[in-house]
Ligand binder design. Structure first.
Ligand code: FES
Length: 146
């Protein structure tokens, strides 16, 4: 897994943060309630058009939290200020989508597996393997596929 400091990304013209997450029990919410949000891009600056393929606005990804994008199924997290990471949102246990990120823990609601937002590793099962990294990168104020 590679953590990329946002300032470094911006200074170098943009690039990647990779990480993986597996989850499957749905939702495209803010990661705090498990309820789907209308759009992960909901709080994006109204004056700035989102780039093609934008997954979420950086402003919507709280430090210690995350955003679950249902399609493609990716959970985007910010474990520390400026470090944007992505993981598959499909849980390796039985394929549910993870639903939320709380205190740097990515939670699968189906059987309560917990994964680290820092590296996708299993914190507690029943899942026995962590979430796979998903390549994401910063494009302006947005997170896009890498
Ligand atoms: Fe995620 Fe079972 S499918 S814990």
């Amino acid at each position: 897994m590679v953590a990329v400091n946002r300032r470094e990304v911006l200074a170098t013209g943009g690039i990647v943060a990779a990480a993986t997450v597996v989850a499957a029990c749905s939702s495209g919410g803010t990661g705090m309630t498990g309820e789907p949000a209308e759009s992960p891009l909901a709080t994006a600056d109204a004056g700035q058009a989102s780039p093609t393929g934008a997954l979420a606005a950086i402003a919507d990804i709280p430090v210690g939290g995350g955003v679950v994008v249902p399609e493609p199924p990716i959970v985007i997290v910010q474990p520390t200020e400026g470090a944007i990471l992505g993981y598959t949102a499909v849980c390796p246990h039985q394929g549910c989508l993870v639903s939320e990120v709380v205190d740097n823990q990515i939670i699968c609601p189906c059987h309560q597996s917990y994964f680290s937002a820092e590296d996708g590793a299993v914190i507690s099962g029943p899942a026995t393997t962590g979430l796979a990294s998903a390549d994401v990168q910063i494009d302006g104020d947005f997170v896009v596929l890498g």
